[in-house]
Design a protein around this ligand. Structure first.
Ligand code: MSP
Length: 673
């Protein structure tokens, strides 16, 4: 029995959970489940990173205090993970009092060692990254952050520096002695060259904003948000019984995205060393994974193309999303998230391979009058059985090694190879032919062997697809897995014969989709790109009236042919309704009813929208509100160079309007369906 402690990054609460966040969290959960199958004692930590300038500004934009804001968004993360069957032990928030107290203690220890000193800093700061940048790290001209595509800010203020430079050689020695500390290899090389190039002391506190943990003894300063955030991995365990997960005999694995590698492999170990932790008390592995992209672009709030993991899980089940995330991209590399590829893989690996195997075997058992696990005499095995047994041994071992090596894609590839080997065995052993010959002993042997392979597979898929494993085992008449510390369940060889155990009810585990069903599913999963309005002719009034017709496309009426007043889904989906965030709002001179707004609808530039709202709303009360925008109306010219590019939805008379608004923290540009 060993101890395994795995962490995800803690997510910033200026975003809502998207599939990129789900990626590390699903992988952490799968790795931890794998270790549970080995009988290890395990701990999985995830949470939210809630301090810093970015969050303070975001809350100000919403006109609420930061704590109210972080409480709301943090809950979104916390509630998302169980819906993806992510079974964390603790969901830490950097606003948790025990975390804040721990961080303050860590600061004091480092300060007592003389590694924090007061100075003054002038430099460039990216609020999106919450980190200082050098000109070389930015796109020029304009000092643009390559990740956030925005110019960075110049900061000049007093700061406490952390004596990072002093740790340069100790870090290099650490990387040398522990080649596995930074994975994969390519990332290790990146960090090595960064550190070899020379480290500078690190600005570790700020005075120009308030939303952070105060520096002990000098509360004008709040701590650098990364000092606070990185400490979560240790603070979550405290100093009681859980501290056993931060001991030399526990394996500590931090999963991180490649963008935050430096914080975890340079600053974090240096902070720990400075606070008096010994080298053997540092984490064992920092594994940097790549980015999931959509059409080659990073998924992120600022690019407004997030894929909602819950939507995919809602259509196909959490397990299918989990499988795809774990299998589709080589862990460590970038990969595109493609819904069509997800369905193809679902059909091929899950439907036609594993699902088909279960279906075939239980179908053959039923056909041959077997409603219980059959018995078997190994003495009568043919070379076909010996081959299959060998496949179980080698592929289960390869799968185990791959999970251990943090290579989920390889683990699942090997798992599916075993399923293919079993399907091939069915074809070769041809139990239907043996039945025809009347050789019931042979039929029974073949089916017994297959049922045992299915049992092994039901264990091997558990880290990735816990619910499907339960369903598969129920059909096989086996209880759901409930691993216990000290009791290994990994199938190093074929599970035993369970003669006489009754099968459960058979049913399709992964029903496949035909082309039509696949198209329909894709239509639901991937928001359709709205048709370009073809005509620049008379658009409905941009403004208060929600009575205007929805769209005039090329002059054709959008009205349905079916029943009067009824439109088809296709007609409805032509209306591009989007969440818009009002950025500015002002009165239109000489027009009593009109307001001119700029509204962020998820495009590079906010749109100008003119709306008849002025009799009800003071312009400043609309700034920061999330409204519903009809985004594909042809532009409407109000004269005097005033053109409206969309319409806001509202109801009521002009003097007492109610705007359709979205009160949740939904990214501007999200489509309403
Ligand atoms: N709060 C910091 C982490 C502090 S850890 C002590 C942070 N938060 S984040 O919300 O911006 O990002 C969290 C993680 O999500 C990072 O590892 C980041 O790489 C990952 N991802 C964000 N978008 C992603 C993809 N599109 N694809 C894969 N992972 C991505 O950084």
């Amino acid at each position: 029995m060993a101890r395994f402690y795995v962490t995800t990054p803690i997510y910033y609460v200026n975003d809502i959970p998207h599939v990129g966040h789900a990626y590390s969290t699903v992988i952490a959960d799968a790795l931890r489940r794998f270790h549970r199958l080995l009988g290890d004692e395990t701990y999985l930590l995830t949470g939210t990173d809630e301090h810093g300038q970015k969050i303070e500004r975001r809350a100000a934009e919403e006109n609420i205090d930061p704590k109210t804001y972080v409480d709301r968004v943090s809950t979104r993360f916390k509630q998302t993970w169980p819906k993806l069957d992510i079974d964390y032990d603790r969901f830490i928030r950097t606003t948790d009092p025990d975390h804040e107290a721990f961080v303050a203690e860590l600061w004091k220890k480092i300060a007592a060692n003389g590694d924090l000193y007061l100075g003054s800093y002038e430099g460039l700061y990216c609020v999106g990254c919450e980190s200082f940048k050098t000109d070389k790290e930015l796109e020029q001209p304009g000092n643009i952050c390559p990740l956030h595509k925005k110019p960075v800010e110049t900061v000049k203020e007093p700061t406490y520096f952390f004596a990072l430079k002093k740790y340069q050689q100790r870090l290099l020695d650490l990387y040398e002695r522990r080649p596995d500390f930074i994975q994969p290899e390519s990332r290790r090389n990146e960090v090595l060259s960064f550190v070899r190039a020379g480290l500078e002391d690190l600005s570790c506190s700020r005075v120009s904003f308030k939303w952070g943990i105060p520096v002990p003894g000098d509360p004008k300063h709040v701590m650098f948000v990364w000092f606070d955030a990185l400490t979560n991995y240790r603070s979550a365990l405290g100093s009681g019984d859980l501290a056993k997960f931060w001991a030399p005999n526990a394996k500590v694995v931090h999963l991180v995205g490649k963008d935050i590698l430096r914080f975890h492999t340079v600053y974090w170990p240096a902070f720990l060393l400075a606070a008096g932790y010994k080298e053997e008390e540092l984490p064992d592995v920092v594994f940097a994974h790549g980015f999931l992209t959509i059409d080659g672009e990073k998924i992120s709030k600022s690019l407004k193309n997030g894929v909602d993991p819950l939507k995919v899980a809602g259509e196909l089940g959490a397990d299918v999303l989990r499988y795809h995330l774990l299998r589709a991209v080589a862990f460590g590399q970038d990969g595109d998230f493609d819904h069509a590829a997800l369905l193809e893989r679902y059909n091929a690996d899950l439907g036609k391979n594993l699902g088909n195997l279960l279906n075939r075997v239980l179908g053959l058992c039923a056909k041959n009058g077997l409603d219980k696990h059959p018995s078997d005499d190994p003495a009568t095995d043919s070379p076909l059985e010996k081959d299959l047994d060998e496949s179980v041994r080698t592929l289960a071992a390869a799968t185990r090694k791959a999970w251990d090596d943090l290579a989920p894609h390889v683990a699942l590839e090997n798992t599916m190879k075993l399923s293919s080997a079993a399907n091939t065995y069915v074809d070769r052993a041809a139990p239907w032919a043996e039945a025809k010959k009347g050789d019931t002993a042979r039929v029974t042997k073949i089916l017994s062997r297959l049922v045992r392979v299915l049992e092994a597979l039901s264990v091997m898929i558990w880290p990735a697809m816990p619910k499907k494993s339960d369903a598969m085992r129920a059909q096989l008449g086996l209880p759901a897995l409930a691993p216990k510390v000290g009791a290994a369940e990994w199938p190093d060889a074929l599970p035993p014969v369970r003669a006489g155990l009754a099968f459960g009810t058979a049913g399709p585990l992964f029903p496949t989709f035909d082309e039509k069903a696949q198209r329909e599913l894709l239509d639901r999963l991937v928001p359709k790109v709205a048709e370009e309005p073809k005509a620049a002719e008379a658009a409905p009034a941009a403004g208060a009236s929600a009575k205007a017709p929805a769209s005039t496309s090329g002059g054709k009426p959008a009205a349905p042919e079916a029943a009067p007043g009824v439109i088809s889904y296709d007609d409805f989906s032509k209306v591009d309704l989007r969440v818009g965030l009002v950025k500015t709002c002002e009165k239109v001179p000489k027009k009593d009813k009109l307001l001119k707004l700029t509204v962020d609808v998820g495009e590079p530039e906010p749109r100008t929208i003119v709306a008849g709202l002025a009799l009800t709303f003071q312009p400043e009360t609309l700034v920061g509100r999330r409204v519903v925008v009809v985004a594909n109306l042809a532009p409407r010219d109000f004269g005097g160079k005033l053109v409206s590019h969309g319409m806001l939805l509202a109801t009521g008379p002009s003097e007492a309007l109610h705007l359709a608004t979205i009160d949740e923290d939904v990214a501007p540009g999200s489509r309403l369906k």
